[in-house]
Design a binder for this molecule. Structure first.
Ligand code: ADP
Length: 574
């Protein structure tokens, strides 16, 4: 720098000391710079790769540099050369700080780097400041009579309008993004933009007020705006886990508290004050340590929980994929199996009927076995296909107005022979008054009821089965374990209820919650039904639910028989 300066100007130093309380200069600069740097570094060290954390560090370093420069200007006025060296970059640093603030807001809201175009625009706009800052277009010399550097209007004005421009940019950007944002992020955007704008305004406005009123205390007070900004930031960090570092806020708080208390030592004039400051400092250290430790524990616990939750979510995802793959596999395999099995069953039936000529008894016996097995296979395949249809949401329903009495009569006719061969009774209890027709998929409800009757005959050793249908004024509520909630009438409206009761092996209470689940079978049932799959009730439940109805079982327990019930609302739009 080629200024012709007298260094050591004691008069100016004195003059500054007379106009502004020097302790205010210390207070407004030193703790503020330290707090800013601490927050910046803490956040950065924990999130080195995060652009937002880097920007925060850049902001705090820039701000601290400005504070150091400004501090030297205030304190070192007797050394005019140093004052000039410290003063000349202040405008540039100021401008950089505004740019970084804008950058920070962009990244905070958009969660990504700013575009190349915006970077170029900012570089072009700040170029004149970079070029002018080290020249006499910025500071032309040092005025001995005013005790300050002689700032040039063009540079001052350029920086002034530049800062106004950036502030308006930040405001418009925040408003735009706020309006577009979802509710949950709106508060974050609001807090950040209000924090930054308050800070910029207090920082920038205070120095403007100081210039116009020539009372430079204001400029010093303006610096406390940084504390507001840091407060906002700390709040954002804690509240929204912006950097996920609650700990940082606690550490920064404790360190700055200790620094503030510690700085009292410089002002303590008597021994009582020194002792008091010492005690306060010790207490702050103790409490601060405890605070940091407890926050740390909490953060660690939360992090562990998060890791576990993430792992669980991953495993869950994996399971879902496996389950889908399995459903897909079952669907393909079953389709491939169905055609040949149907052919086997068809030809076996033709052979048995004698379409290919008279057969000997032993051949007939073997053919009957083939027929029986292939029938079991067909129904197993049908169950598997139904499961895969339910799980992939491809189960198709054809709703039409249909009659339940007709349905149970048909089923009765189908099963009466089987019941008779087993020496069981099969009773059909028709309602006293005719039932209204309801919208339903006749084939599917028939399939469901048929499975109830089929099971009832299979899981009964003596006695028999009763099929009944009735109209009820309202439906019952079934809890998540499959039990009817007593005394609670729901507002389902009229329901048609079909009940299949038997005098069979019954169902222990503890099995009821699982019965309607996929592949779920009772403990000792294989003895009575070897080929069961545990799929019939699961498919039935899905059919009932597609009709806005419900299925459940009631049983007094082992060997006490059971009643399988389905209810379908009379009025419902399919
Ligand atoms: P599957 O009969 O092929 O095993 P279901 O899904 O139709 O499959 O039935 C599931 C289970 O429910 C049966 O394995 C049996 O334990 C029980 N169950 C069904 N109906 C009755 C009944 N009427 N009496 C006793 N237990 C039954």
């Amino acid at each position: 720098m080629d200024y012709n300066l007298i260094t050591n100007n004691a008069t100016c130093h004195q003059m500054i000391a007379d106009t502004v309380p020097i302790s205010l200069v210390y207070y407004s600069h030193i703790p503020t710079a330290i707090i800013a740097l601490l927050v910046g570094f803490f956040v950065f060290l924990k999130n080195k790769k995060d652009l937002l954390a880097r920007l925060l560090l850049a902001l705090s370093i820039t701000f601290s540099l400005w504070l150091v420069g400004n501090f030297i200007v205030w304190i070192m006025n007797y050394n005019t050369l140093l004052t000039m060296v410290a003063w000349s970059p202040l405008g540039l640093i100021n401008a950089i700080f505004f740019i970084l603030s804008l950058y920070f807001v962009y990244v905070f809201i958009d969660k990504k780097d700013i575009s190349f175009k915006v970077k170029i625009l900012l570089a072009i706009l700040s170029l004149p400041i970079i070029i002018m800052a080290p020249t006499k277009m910025n500071l032309s010399g040092f005025s001995m009579s005013w005790c300050e550097a002689m700032e040039q209007d063009f540079f001052l004005n350029y920086v002034f309008y530049f800062e106004i421009f950036i502030s308006v940019w930040i405001a418009i950007l925040s408003i735009q993004r706020y309006l577009k944002a979802k509710k949950e992020v709106r508060t974050q955007i609001l807090l950040l933009s209000v924090g930054i704008i308050l800070f910029l305004v207090s920082f920038f406005g205070a120095s403007q007020i100081a210039i116009y009123t020539e009372n430079f205390d204001y400029e010093l007070y303006g610096l406390f705006g940084m504390t507001i900004f840091m407060g906002f930031l700390a709040y954002l960090i804690v509240q929204y886990h912006v950097f996920n570092v609650k700990l940082i806020a606690a550490q920064a708080l404790v360190v700055s508290m200790i620094l503030l208390v510690g700085s009292q030592f410089f002002f303590a004039t008597n021994s009582t004050a020194i002792v008091l400051t010492g005690v306060t400092l010790a207490l702050s250290l103790g409490f601060g340590y405890m605070l940091i430790r407890s926050v740390k524990q909490e953060v660690e616990r939360k992090e562990q929980l998060q890791v576990m939750a993430d792992k669980l979510a991953g495993a869950n995802d994996q399971l879902r994929k496996l389950d889908n793959a399995k459903t897909e596999f079952i669907s393909i395999a079953s389709h491939q199996l169905r055609t040949p099995i149907t052919a086997i069953k068809g030809f076996a039936s033709l052979l048995l009927e004698g379409s290919y000529g008279e057969l000997g008894d032993s051949v007939k016996g073997a053919l009957e076995k083939i027929y029986g097995s292939s029938e079991r296979l067909v129904s197993l395949i049908e169950d598997l296909l139904n499961v895969s249809r339910i799980e992939s949401g491809r189960m198709q329903f054809a709703f039409e107005k249909a009659n339940v009495e007709k349905l149970i009569k048909e089923l009765y006719d189908n099963f009466i022979l089987i019941a008779k061969t087993k020496e069981f009774f099969l009773e059909l209890k028709m309602p006293k008054t005719p039932l209204p027709e309801i919208m339903m998929d006749y084939t599917k409800i028939r399939e469901l009821t048929s499975n109830f009757i089929d099971n009832a005959l299979k899981y009964t050793e003596k006695g028999g089965v009763t099929i009944s249908a009735e109209l009820r004024d309202s439906g019952v509520i079934i809890d998540e374990n499959g039990f009817v909630i007593p005394n609670k009438k729901s507002e389902f409206g009229q329901m048609i209820r079909i009940t299949v009761s038997d005098t069979g092996i019954g169902i222990p209470k503890e099995e009821i919650p699982y019965l309607f689940k996929k592949f779920s079978r009772g403990k000792d049932v294989s003895r009575l039904n070897v080929g069961g799959t545990g799929l019939g009730l699961y498919v039935g439940k899905a059919i009932a639910e597609a009709h806005h109805g419900q299925v459940w079982v009631e049983s007094e327990g082992d060997k006490k028989g059971s009643s399988f019930i389905i209810e379908i609302p009379v009025e419902h739009i399919a």
